[in-house]
Structure formats: structure tokens, C-alpha cells
Design a protein around this ligand. Structure first.
Ligand code: ADP
Length: 156
């Protein structure tokens, strides 16, 4: 069975992230969404909150599993027995960032293989930062994120 791991902060998860995970199912049997911590970003939601929002968002898709880690993605990949890491690309900025991320990852584990999927035009402009800003300004985000995220912001 071909498994790919999709690591990210998912802070919060957006329809853009979900599109990438679903596209990967066309080439892989299973996608593991790994909610991780990005040391360069201050998290808006706790790991558990981010995990819960992702879990609920993909609950109807049997071939997507969700885990979280406070450790290294490469360690998780080793335990899961898959060298494939999935990342989404929206634009040049992502591409540059992903190059650096891959370089760093390969310093830890050369066997990791990155798989990149390009965002569709519809979702390429969505970012977690934008969602957070809109939600805080009271704007409607329901067409951009799963309902689990809308609910979570309403609770705040
Ligand atoms: P990280 O902090 O690890 O970059 P993110 O949750 O911000 O985590 O993003 C995880 C991955 O998803 C990254 O590869 C990012 O480029 C990609 N991504 C984020 N938003 C979108 C989107 N709207 N469409 C496609 N890919 C996206």
C-alpha cells in the first residue's frame, strides 16, 4: 500500500489543504495528515485544536488519516514506514520556502522523497493567515474552510 504523509501546521486547515490531500489520493492509497508544529510560526490554535478541526473535516474520507506530533516529521515518517512527504505549492514564495524545507529535511534524513502538488487557481490564494484575519474581522469564511473551522472560530 502506497502511503504519503502530509505534514503542516494546519493553523487552521483550509479548503486549499484539503484539495491537496484529495488530489494525492489519485496517486497514493492513503494520505496521513500530520499536524505538526512549525518552529518559525507562533500557533494560533493548540495542536489538539488543529488536530480536531482536521479530523472532523476529513471524517468522510476513509483513505485520509490524521495524526499529530510534537516531534520531528522525519521521525514520524520512519515509524510510519513511508518516505513520501506531500507539500502544496501555491506560488513562487511557496516554491522557495519548500526548497529550503526540503534541504533541511534531507539533512536529517536523505531517504525522504518530496511530492509536490500545485494548488488550483480557485484555492491558490487561500492561506491560514488570511482565514484568521478574515475571521477576526467578522467576515464570512464558510466557503474557504471546512465547517469544523467555522465552528471553532464561533466558539472563540
Ligand atoms: P507549514 O507551517 O508546514 O508551512 P501549512 O499548514 O502552512 O504548514 O502548510 C502546509 C502545506 O500546505 C505547505 O506545503 C503549504 O505550502 C501548503 N498549502 C497551504 N495552503 C495551501 C493552499 N491554499 N493550497 C495548496 N497548498 C497549500
Amino acid at each position: 500500500m502506497k502511503v504519503i504523509i502530509y505534514p503542516g501546521s494546519f493553523d487552521p486547515i483550509t479548503n486549499g489543504h484539503i484539495e491537496i490531500a484529495k488530489k494525492a489520493l489519485e496517486s497514493f492509497d492513503k494520505v496521513i495528515i500530520l499536524v505538526a508544529n512549525n518552529e518559525n510560526k507562533k500557533a494560533r490554535f493548540t495542536t489538539e485544536e488543529r488536530y480536531e478541526m482536521v479530523k472532523e473535516a476529513v471524517s468522510d474520507e476513509k483513505r485520509i488519516e490524521v495524526y499529530y506530533t510534537n516531534g520531528l516529521t522525519v521521525e514520524f515518517a520512519k515509524k510510519a514506514g513511508s518516505p513520501y512527504l506531500l507539500r502544496g505549492i501555491r506560488n513562487d514564495v511557496d516554491m522557495e520556502y519548500e526548497n529550503k524545507y526540503a534541504e533541511l529535511t534531507h539533512k536529517l534524513d536523505k531517504s525522504i522523497e518530496f511530492v509536490y502538488i500545485k494548488a488550483s487557481d480557485e484555492y491558490a490564494s487561500i492561506s491560514s493567515t488570511m482565514i484568521d484575519k478574515m475571521a477576526k474581522e467578522g467576515k464570512d469564511i464558510s466557503h474557504l474552510v471546512p465547517s469544523s473551522v467555522v465552528k471553532r472560530y464561533k466558539k472563540r
